[in-house]
Design a protein around this ligand. Sequence first.
Ligand SMILES: Cc1cc2nc3c(=O)[nH]c(=O)nc-3n(C[C@H](O)[C@H](O)[C@H](O)COP(=O)(O)OP(=O)(O)OC[C@H]3O[C@@H](n4cnc5c(N)ncnc54)[C@H](O)[C@@H]3O)c2cc1C
Length: 307
Amino acid sequence: MTAPSGGELRASIAELLDAAPSEITDGADLLDLGLDSIRLMTLVQRWRDQGIEIDFESLAECPTVENWERVLAARAKPEPVLLTVRRVEELTPRTVRVTFGGGRVDAFAAAEPGGSVTLLLPAEDGIGGDEQPRRYAARYCAEPAELDVEMVVHDAGPGGRWAGRARPGTQVRVGGPHPAAAVPAAAQLLVAVDETGLPALAHRLEALAAGTRVDAVVEVPDAAEERDLATPADLRVHWLHRNNGAAIPPAALPTADVAWVAGAATFTAKWQAALPAARCVTETYRTDGANGPDGPGEGQESHFQAL
Ligand SMILES: Cc1cc2nc3c(=O)[nH]c(=O)nc-3n(C[C@H](O)[C@H](O)[C@H](O)COP(=O)(O)OP(=O)(O)OC[C@H]3O[C@@H](n4cnc5c(N)ncnc54)[C@H](O)[C@@H]3O)c2cc1C
């Protein structure tokens, strides 16, 4: 689904107001022009029927054509695109980087650092059951046009198994790109991620300004899962290893205005509460059926101590 252009928006509004499209200027307040809540709801319903996830409040907040064009573009869900795997690289014993290319891979050119895509994984029953949508952080590269995802390989779910089977030539439908959670810019940033949040961290780090101080707590199953992280920022990584049990948190972290936390549900809950930051942006990336291939099982807690 593509969002309506400014011209299409003006035409729809003009029709409802029984006015000429030229009377609907980009910055004019549409409520002042006579677009009451009933007419606005008519537009909301029309765009929802076209597959755009829009609500009344988001449009009523700032009722101008130029704002609606931006809001609708952000909410329109592009059609999934069939992509072909070009390469599969083993980054660590449990993580692979899958690189897609060819075809319509440029549909992901707007992918943001920390943003994601949806892999619509084919049914594993071999008889054409439903596709399984799974989200992964994604990095777009323009030259050559390619899209990378970095996936934890495990046996507990379709995503982990697909990652283990992907080979050059494997095809999958991919939706998105989905925007990144907004982490306010700050001179000093605290981060806590597990292995599922590590790819998004790697992408965000590459885009940070030189001189930004980042203290990142990264919890992985064991030391073999550590990897190099390239960044112009001033980065300190505190690697934590579960080693089939509980990861031991660092003794202390500096305080900061902003923190970003991403990972499994129990991981994000404990770090959201513990990071010494005034504002924490939290993204829960998965449930905790197992906290990693070798981690504590459902209901078990790491022996975490607040910093
Ligand atoms: C915005 C966003 C970005 C993400 N980015 C990444 C990414 O870059 N790389 C990445 O690997 N994951 C990422 N994830 C997490 C990924 O979507 C989940 O791990 C997802 O559950 C994997 O699907 P699955 O089919 O393997 O397992 P599911 O079918 O979802 O779950 C089945 C079982 O597998 C367990 N499970 C799920 N993931 C793991 C795992 N990693 N290790 C061990 N057990 C697991 C579940 O707890 C459950 O018990 C992201 C999630 C979101 C929302």
